[in-house]
Ligand binder design. Structure first.
Ligand code: HSE
Length: 418
């Protein structure tokens, strides 16, 4: 019988996730993993653990030969990178939940894993309790992963649910998300889509071998969504959600982005409420599969950290199979999206930037239109982020090809734009 590695942990961070992990480990003695030391930023705070465990000196953990696992759950991405880098270089295995840090430093972290031969596991960094990274890494070890569509930020999903189904104001819903420990310490990261984009970077690496950065993908958050948009959604038996999407195209590249999207009541993602996350994977032969679970919060996130710690007992490592064992995919910009835009004043919508406009609603208050626009236009221009415009993607796959400019002109005429 193979012996399990004895795990002695140095923990960085004792916030929502760190404290959750401390409690969860106490309830799982069978794991035989113990926390030797906990490094925190603020030594003066009262904590729910013995004082002797705590230090503010990171080297007491990083240079302790008796500690063979570093668990890092802090929210300062720069400090987290230094900790993870030093830990790997010092021969320790690492578990991290810092999605921002990992998304921003992915190439360097891949290199460090190759160089040191140590494991860096981060299941908690995307979709918290849902074991999606390990599934993408291990199960879909083939070329048949057609598309992924996901709700991957618990706070925004919680806020949208509370606002549009329970009638709370945006601010009230956000405060509740903060009190429940779902939101980032800077909630702008949730609201404006940064957190979802960071997580999407991680999933794209394990699903398709795409190594990209948050600054290279198109994303937006829920900050511009208007009550009018929610009414339009309801009238069409839909909801508005912040959805991350990736789709393999005929040209071999992958369309990938994070945008608010109309989700039909019959879609799996419509089932995903509050702080829950959901990932719908479409693959050859298996058709659709739906992963669902809590995407934020103390214990759900700690459960994923715990699972990574357990995986270290049998020396589990990510192999980045899609990157190293297959021909990796690239992200592509050559496609079109069907979008809805609501606005107060027509003059802020450059209608000639659309390939064509399909519907047009003009009333006293908020106005809207639906049309087809190139992804490149959205990626390179900012008009749709300004002047109180709200852009929401229509359900369905991306459009890979459209016909000639003549069609564009004609449909604009039909829409009464010229
Ligand atoms: N702020 C994050 C969210 C926490 O709301 O999804 C979990 O990563």
């Amino acid at each position: 019988m193979k012996t399990h590695k004895q795990l002695t942990i140095g923990l960085f961070g004792f916030g929502v996730v760190g404290e959750g992990l401390y409690k969860v480990l106490q309830q799982t003695p069978s794991l035989k993993a113990s926390i030797k030391r906990i490094c925190i930023k603020n030594g003066g705070k009262k904590r729910n653990a013995p004082v002797s465990l705590f230090t503010t000196e990171k080297d007491e953990l990083l240079n302790d030969p008796g500690i063979n696992v570093i668990v890092e759950v802090i929210d300062d991405a720069d400090a987290a990178f230094e900790i993870v880098k030093t830990a790997l270089l010092n021969g320790k295995e690492v578990v991290s939940a810092s999605k921002k840090m990992i998304a921003e430093h992915l190439p360097a972290l891949l290199e460090l894993q190759l160089q040191t031969g140590r494991s860096l596991l981060y299941e908690a960094a995307a979709c918290a309790s849902i074991p999606v990274i390990r599934n993408l890494e291990e199960y879909y070890d083939n070329d048949l992963l057609h598309s992924m569509k996901a709700v991957i930020n618990g706070s925004t999903n919680f806020i949208l649910t509370k606002m549009f189904e329970e009638g709370l104001e945006f601010k009230q819903a956000l405060i509740l998300a903060q009190q429940l420990g779902f939101a980032e310490s800077n909630p702008k990261l949730d609201i404006e889509g940064f957190d979802a984009a960071n997580k999407w970077i991680l999933l794209l690496a394990h699903a398709y071998g795409i190594i990209t950065s948050p600054s290279s993908i198109l994303f937006n958050g829920i900050q511009d969504i208007h009550a009018h948009d929610a009414r339009v959604a309801k009238a069409n038996n839909q909801q508005v959600k912040l959805v991350a999407q990736a789709q393999k195209m005929k040209n071999g590249k992958v369309a990938a982005f994070v945008l608010p999207q109309f989700v039909h009541a019959t879609d799996h993602l419509a089932f995903v409420k509050n702080e829950y996350n959901g990932v719908v994977i479409e693959s050859g032969f298996a058709d659709k599969q739906f992963f669902y679970g809590k995407g934020a919060g103390s214990f759900p996130t700690a459960s994923a950290v715990l699972s990574d710690i357990a995986a270290l007992r049998y020396r589990y490592k990510y192999e980045y199979k899609k990157r190293y064992h297959h021909t990796p995919h690239e992200a592509g910009d050559d496609f079109y999206l069907r979008v809805y835009i609501s606005f107060d004043e027509l003059k802020y919508v450059p209608r000639d930037r659309f390939e064509w406009i399909e519907e047009w609603h003009s009333s006293e208050g908020r106005k809207s239109l639906s049309g087809v626009i190139s992804f490149h236009e959205l990626k390179t221009q900012n008009w749709w982020r300004e002047n109180n415009l709200s852009l929401i993607l229509a359900p369905g796959p991306v459009i890979e090809e459209i016909s000639t400019r003549k069609l564009k002109r004609k449909s604009l005429e039909l829409a009464g734009v010229f």
